[in-house]
Design a binder for this molecule. Structure first.
Ligand SMILES: [Fe+2]
Length: 223
């Protein structure tokens, strides 16, 4: 039976993001991606799906993606993983934290998780590829890509990361980003390739100039 994804929209103040429960119903185990803000909501979903959280994956170290990691790790004795680059660069700490090398493969039950290092939004952002699903954090949104501002961010890295995803990811893969700006998560990659302007650039200088253009009316107005 394939794993099932339960997107959880969580918020704190004006920040809204998605964390994901990825459930193995046969094994009664859940994997959590980027748990934050609303513990009750996440735990209710664990109860509803009759699963136990065994693994937590963190796409990057920003607070809206890691806020509940430590609490959940302690409570469920779950394994928690983040890219080694991200851990080292931002000095991220969490009990039982496992550092993932570039392109490492880890197991959730008998399912392989492929981790893809995709710097740009942060120094060591990672996407997680599980079956036909890709969890992209703040690297790739349905409508755009993550901002490349702040410590460790780099628009040139972002360009290469997006190119890498274009080369690796099959068209029918379902994309689950860390935030939504209009579309519900779970669109096919083919939809993004057609509609997401940030995947259209072939030239790095043009990409960087556009990503960093002046006069953007908001960080998440992508056009
Ligand atoms: Fe972020």
């Amino acid at each position: 039976m394939p794993l099932r994804v339960y997107p959880q929209k969580v918020s704190w103040s004006f920040i809204k993001n998605y964390c994901y429960l990825v459930v193995d119903h046969e094994a009664k185990e859940a994997l959590l991606i980027d748990p934050a803000w609303e513990l009750n909501k996440i735990e209710s979903k664990l109860q509803e799906t009759e699963t136990r959280c065994t693994t937590i994956l963190l796409t990057h170290a920003h607070i809206d993606h890691v806020h509940l990691a430590e609490r959940l790790v302690k409570k469920y004795e779950a394994q928690v993983m983040m890219s080694k680059v991200e851990i080292d660069y931002y000095h991220f700490r969490c009990p039982g934290l496992i550092a993932l090398e570039e392109s490492s493969v880890v197991l959730f039950g008998s399912t392989e998780i492929n981790s893809i290092l995709t710097p740009g939004h942060t120094k060591g952002s990672m996407c997680f590829w599980i079956e036909n699903k890709l969890f992209t954090g703040d690297t790739l949104f349905t409508e755009g890509c993550g901002i490349c501002v702040g410590k460790g961010a780099d628009p040139e890295n972002m360009f290469h990361s997006l190119q890498q995803l274009k080369e690796m990811i099959p068209l029918e893969t379902l994309i689950y980003p860390g935030h939504s700006f209009g579309h519900r998560p779970g669109k096919r990659f083919s939809h993004l390739l057609k509609n997401n302007l940030y995947l259209h650039f072939q030239n790095i200088d043009e990409f960087v100039a556009y990503r960093m253009r002046k006069g953007q009316t908001g960080w998440f107005n992508f056009r």
